[in-house]
Ligand binder design. Sequence first.
Ligand code: HEM
Length: 518
Amino acid sequence: MNASFDPQTVAAVVALGLLCRWLLALWYNTVNLPPGPTGLPFLGNVHQIPLQYPHKTLYEWGQRYGDIIHARLFQKHVLVLDSTKAAEDLLDKRAAKYSDRPHFTLLEDLLQWKPLMVFMSQGETFRLHRKWYQSFLENRQSLRTYESMQQREVDSLLLALLESPENVAYHLKRFTGSLMLEIAYGYTETSEKDAYIRLASETITQSLEAGTLVASLVDFFPILLYLPHWFPGGGFKSNAMKLHGRVWQIMESPFRYVQQAIACSTARPSFTSFMIDQTAKEGQLAEEDELNIKGAAILMYSGGTDTTNTALLTLLLAIALHPEVLRKAQAEIDEKIGPSRLPTLEDRASLPYVECIVKEAYRWNPVLPAGIPHQLREDDEYRGYHIPRGSMVISNIWAMTRDSATYPDSDSFLPERHLPSRGGPICRDPKSIVFGFGRRICPGRFLADSSVWLIAANLLATFDIMNARHPNGDVITPENAFLSGAVSHPKPFICTIRPRNKAYTEMITQRSTSSLAI
Ligand code: HEM
């Protein structure tokens, strides 16, 4: 049979086919998405997400729309996960698809925080850095070698608390800074160490806070990078340029210190000295290798300081607000350890109530309430919904730790909820939530957790922590409040910290004298 088609019909059929395909794609990309608040044409849902405590708004959305929510930031699809079930289904079980990161233009391109694994999508360099972290932070043998450093730093923390308990926040910051400086760079010199910790802490905080409105917009519209710095709104670039110098300094100076120490054969064992040793060929490091080592070392330092410090301050605030928790912990320590020595990591299994306090501190104020965003590598389907490739995926850790089915009365600090002896099923260990998910799970979680536990056990054993008083005798109750930000810092508070008795005072003095002599 000889069929003939007139060209106009063919064109009409092709056009109709294309239109159907476009409509189908539009439907798939807009209609079949997970539920979420209706946005505006250009802005999407940007105007509905507050700058302050955004995780709380995302939690409220979860109450209204369910535990997976779709939103849009300008043209960017965002998937919010408000439950551990959804996070495990997607970030853990489909990790190959869900483990990229969105590009952070401000931090990477303007402030030059790179190459930092935390910003990398999956690929060869990501795998290399992750392997390094695995052998330095997740390997049992490496972790054991850090125990003597942790113990020494705890000893000096307790001594510092005897001398100036009112500076507890500073002493805790110094503990995490010193520990991470030693692990990452083998750096122990006291006066320079303090100056470095101060500079690094300011630079990291200011980098995270650098997001003025226009600066944050740069992440969505990188073209704004080309705004001249004198143009209205372009001032963020001069600020970024100033901060960039400091970023360079805190990455560069400890690295050069290690190189010099290696040259003088005085280098102490550390991540950086080991990596230089392993990677250099005939004493020379290729530029790319040098950059990779610098980036991995500074991320180890910066990823491990403010986070651990915040978990410790949270625990201190919780104890100051709950004297009954302190009494129970001290009773447990007195019974299991006795009055003649201080707790060590070996004692962990025999102090279940202290363990519950640590778990509850992680849960009560998750350090990174909205985690760190992942990005979806290819189109996916979940519970019948379409999730477009390139979506930013937010694990709303705060919502997960507020789940009232798992953690009834979730705003209250109740260590007992984690006790295995309560008859019912043991409630989920918050450590399986607060350190993130899948291939991006925090590689420093074991180190952080052992530091937090060791300090908690020693602090509770040796000091009484209570409400401070005004000179007129009025009690000053600390505010149960946390500052908004990527890291949820407790609002600065004061409390009274006093050694429990003379025997502990002597033990602390004696122990820190002998550990300083090592
Ligand atoms: C209580 C302390 C800590 C908490 C609560 C914490 C929490 C987290 C979370 C939620 C993430 C994001 C995981 C994800 O994307 O799903 C993360 C990533 C990371 N953390 Fe931690 N962290 C802590 C301590 C540490 C320490 C001590 C180190 C290093 C020594 C560290 C190094 C890192 C690094 C390098 C990443 C990026 C991982 C990646 O992008 O693949 N963290 N952390």
